[in-house]
Write a protein that binds this ligand. Structure first.
Ligand SMILES: [Zn+2]
Length: 245
């Protein structure tokens, strides 16, 4: 049985399929991550035009079929194409990991409106920004908040073992947070004071308010390393597109 569904979505992956079609992976507002076939999209007269290119925010109509995990898309209308973001190499480089995060992390078809909103907001901010340092801050904030929305929120205030408030710098990747001086004996991963302060701020502040934080190259590298290792440990998958700070 097929039923017609409408949703807003963001294109997060596209692959060639058969002679003239593509399989499009979308992160949708109503259904989470879905895969659809866009029939004939690679022929010049396709009704889809450029509405299903990577990053495009669109309204789609598709046929949801019980027992299948590949649906047929019948219509797509562009809300925002993110052309400027795609045409600038630097913003493109920092926006690609956002799509990679969604491709790797999200289980299929689970609605996640907070993550959807965060994704759109991040891409919009990256598109409007012209400074490399800010691209990096937006990306790190996205990854940190994104981890929360998929259920792996790192803890930076209380010791994950004894729950005391601590400023100790030992961080347990597997345990998911910082450890106080007595619980953290022997822990090998240590943050710097500056990085811990930044991580706390990135977690607390909204995307709009992180833009003015100053992150040194070394801190950027350290926070990136932490988030990458954290992601691998908890999802079993490696993010490969995050740029080196
Ligand atoms: Zn403790």
């Amino acid at each position: 049985m097929a039923n017609i569904q409408k949703t807003e979505a963001i294109v997060i992956k596209t692959q060639r399929f058969r002679e003239t079609s593509r399989i499009i992976t979308l992160f949708s507002e109503k259904f989470g991550k879905i895969k659809v076939v866009a029939k004939g999209i690679r022929s010049p007269k396709s009704r889809f035009g450029s509405s299903l290119e990577l990053f495009t925010n669109c309204n789609i109509i598709f046929y949801k079929r019980e027992g299948k995990d590949l649906y047929i898309i019948s219509e797509s209308n562009v809300i925002h194409p993110f052309t400027k973001l795609k045409n600038n190499l630097e913003s493109f480089t920092y926006a690609i990991p956002v799509l990679e995060f969604l491709n790797l992390a999200k289980p299929k078809e689970s609605r996640n409106p907070d993550l959807y909103k965060l994704t759109l907001e991040t891409l919009e901010l990256v598109e409007k920004t012209a400074s490399k340092n800010k691209f990096q801050i937006f990306l790190l904030t996205y990854l940190l908040k994104g981890l929360r929305y998929i259920g792996y929120e790192p803890e930076f205030k209380k010791c994950i073992k004894c729950k005391c408030e601590t400023d100790n710098l030992a961080f347990s990747i597997g345990g998911g947070g910082i450890l106080c001086a007595s619980c953290g004996v022997g822990e090998t991963f240590c943050l710097s004071r500056g990085s811990l302060t930044i991580l706390r701020k990135l977690k607390k502040l909204g995307l709009n308010r992180v833009r003015n934080l100053l992150v040194s190259k070394e801190q950027g590298r350290e926070i990136t390393e932490l988030l990458k290792r954290f992601f691998i440990y908890h999802t079993g998958k490696e993010m490969k597109t995050i740029p080196e700070p």
